[in-house]
Design a protein around this ligand. Structure first.
Ligand code: CTP
Length: 399
């Protein structure tokens, strides 16, 4: 997917530098050639030996290395790549880039290059939120530099918030996107997400605890692989991703209509927590408290959107993926659900109280396919999304 692509990877000095080692492997796995540059601070966190062992080539560290200059001058080094990636991009490196400093090899390469640049920032949350960093970020974006991340989460320094470097797979996806090489380039996919709201009257509704976080992360991950994503979302508590077509709905019936309008697609992923029932005769006026009685609500069954799409003949997407939110016998119930709904895969998760999954930042899933059940370790919803998106690309035969 990145065959014949040359990446110049600048590793800055932050604890996230360890992830740059995995990033090198992931890029090379996809056929890219990685030329690593380690800053002096970066070398405090990972050794030049590990970097060059993984990259399979020598690591560049010094601006005034006569041997390097004789073999390949720094100007040439900066231009012989298809993309320059800075990971981790520390607050200091970002400031240098924004100001145009050129006092070491990394900053000089960044100044001398005429190829596109991408940064993966990583720093303490306060440093990230500092007005100086935000100013530098705006400057860099204005200069046309692509930015991936940072993610929010627990940080090595013990704080919580945005500042964690994106995961290697997320950076790889952004690289592929920047180079127009995503395995899903030009493929249409659909993602449903969030809860639905089923009105009782104009002010009240039936809802559920879904935040829309997993569906949103999945839509972003599929977009990062180059897919054209239609994102049909209920009233979620997280904002929809950028770069996808967003269709906002409230009820299950509206969701079905929006899904049908988005067909045909190659893959459809149903991450929404759809209300199974609606109030049969929702009142168009506010229901008043009446003396001597509680209101009686009649329920009607909502359409099962997943089953409906999975059961389509000609318009059935090549890959239909459902989610199963379970509280007991997760694998048994989800396996039965896969058969009942006629979908290809089920992403099952345990949403019992105490797992912190519904509405939380992490997920613990079992992927159920025709080949059986695969238990994945607990990881962030973003990581689940990146892994799932890769699997979807494989299943669709991404080139
Ligand atoms: N789903 C759907 N339309 C519905 C209900 C569910 O598209 N009306 C989809 C969800 O998006 C999810 C899958 O079906 O991908 C399973 O949802 P879940 O709520 O776990 O299953 P239910 O069908 O509600 O089954 P049960 O209540 O027996 O758990």
């Amino acid at each position: 997917m990145l065959a014949q692509k040359r990446i110049l990877l600048i590793i800055g000095g932050g604890i996230a530098a360890y992830k740059a080692l995995d990033l090198i492997r992931r890029l090379r796995e996809r056929g890219a050639a990685v030329t690593p540059v380690l800053t002096r601070a970066g070398a405090e966190f990972v050794t030049p030996l590990s970097v060059s062992a993984l990259a399979g080539v020598k690591v560049f560290t010094d601006l005034f290395d006569l041997t390097d200059e004789a073999e390949m001058g720094h100007i040439e080094l900066s231009r012989s790549a298809d993309l320059l990636v800075v990971a981790p991009a520390t607050a200091d490196l970002m400031a240098k880039m924004a100001q145009g400093h050129a006092d070491d090899l990394a900053s000089t390469l960044l100044m001398a290059t005429d190829t596109p640049v991408m940064i993966a920032p990583a720093m303490n949350v306060r440093m990230w939120e500092h007005p100086a960093t935000q100013r530098n970020l705006a400057t860099l974006k204005g200069d046309g530099i692509a930015v991936v991340g940072p993610n929010a989460g627990d940080m090595a320094c013990g704080e919580y918030g945005p500042g964690r470097m994106s995961e290697p797979l997320e950076i790889v996806a952004a690289v592929e996107r920047a180079l127009g090489r995503g395995p899903l380039a030009g493929r249409r996919v659909l993602v449903t997400s969030g809860p639905t709201h089923e009105p009782i009257d104009p002010v009240r509704y039936i809802a559920n605890r879904s935040s829309g976080a997993q569906g949103t992360a999945l839509a972003a991950a599929l977009r990062d692989l180059g897919a054209e994503v239609t994102f049909v979302t209920g009233p979620a508590s997280v904002p929809p991703p950028e770069g996808v077509e967003v269709v906002r709905i409230e009820t299950a019936r509206e969701m079905l209509e929006a899904v049908e309008a988005a067909l045909p697609v190659e893959a459809a992923i149903f991450a929404a927590a759809v209300a199974d029932w609606r109030v049969a005769s929702a009142s168009d006026r506010k229901m008043k408290k009446t003396k001597g009685g509680l209101p009686a609500l009649d329920f009607a069954e909502n359409p099962d959107i997943l089953a409906e799409v999975a059961g389509r003949g000609e318009e059935r997407p090549k890959l239909v993926v459902g989610f199963a939110a379970e509280t007991d016998d997760v694998v048994e119930n989800a396996t039965a659900k896969r058969a009942r709904k006629g979908c290809d895969w089920i992403v099952a998760n345990d949403v019992s109280h105490g797992t912190g999954i519904m509405g939380g930042a992490e997920n613990d899933i079992t992927l159920i396919t025709g080949d059986g059940a695969e238990d994945w370790p607990r990881m962030s919803k973003r990581e689940v999304a990146a892994k799932l998106a890769e699997r979807i690309a494989e299943a669709l035969g991404g080139s």
